[in-house]
Design a protein around this ligand. Sequence first.
Ligand SMILES: O=C(O)CCC(=O)c1ccccc1C(=O)O
Ligand SMILES: [Mg+2]
Length: 350
Amino acid sequence: MRLERFSVELARPLGTAAGTIESRTGFLVRTDEGTGLGEATPLPGWTESLAECREALEAGNPDGSASSDHVRWPDEQRSSTPAARHGYSLARADAAARESGQRLCDALAADAGRPVPAAESVPVNATVGDGSVAETRDAVRDAVAEGYDCVKLKVGARAPNADETRLRAARDAAGDSVELRADANGAWDQETAERMLDTAAELDYSYVEQPLPAEKASEHAALRGRGVGVALDESLATTTVSAVLDADAADVLVCKPMALGGPDRTLAAVRRARDAGADAVVTTTIDAVVARVGAAHVAAAIPDVPACGLATGSMLSSDLASDPAPVSEGKLRVPEGPGLGTGLESLYRP
Ligand SMILES: O=C(O)CCC(=O)c1ccccc1C(=O)O
Ligand SMILES: [Mg+2]
């Protein structure tokens, strides 16, 4: 594999309870023959550090294990270098799909025993960062005007009272027919979480993502059944998919291919979630275009996937290529053509 380091900037920093994301740095990964593209864009909290990612990629050892046989890395375990593994696994999957003339989503669906052809578009949520009440209301209003029928609001960076006002303002701005979600990024203690989930339930939010810190499996299980779903994100990256499912800790798993170690691992996690009676959404870690389009292909391979957190391309002020998977009316169109699809041709050549 050949590596090329890149950085992309966010046009507007994304405020979250876990800090503000202003730029993303990672590696474009190309197969030796130049026939497959991947991306490894680590985000500490979800993945290894940039230095660990580079080391794993350069060692040709993106599982962080002694074996380079990715197929043998068991689904129940977590890769210690998931972003590196994502880069390799996406590049290999893209090369194989292009070789067989298949769209990546169709190849992934076939490998996962899902119906082929996969979907042509994926429903997506708008992502509204932390902000004042006025900023929150305006951002929700803009998203609905752009045609989104699902909006996710970042919470947990402010005091509970302030976030309750924002949750209400978002519902007022969205109207009754728009699905609303909130993402606390692990900011709350048990008592605050109970209170905020009750408010979210009263305002007809569909789920609250990561109300408590990542390691709190049984505590999340105890938060379920209050009239609003519990979705877990950081918990999957910090503990394991198995730990979350075994503890009945979530209604929804938030599956980030970059944090789970690649498209294959993500589809395996989704299958296990659904077998256990939970649902799953696919989201990015605010990645550059290659990983974002890869995540869109993963989502397209999941029948009846709920709205996914993939509308993150428009947050970037610079990218590796112009976006071949634009969002319109709350849907992301998956690029046509073999592999990742048309629009990324310039990236296959260094
Ligand atoms: O899910 C979305 O709407 C977009 C992705 C997102 O929120 C996110 C982006 C980068 C890092 C963490 C997160 C998160 O879901 O917590
Ligand atoms: Mg989240």
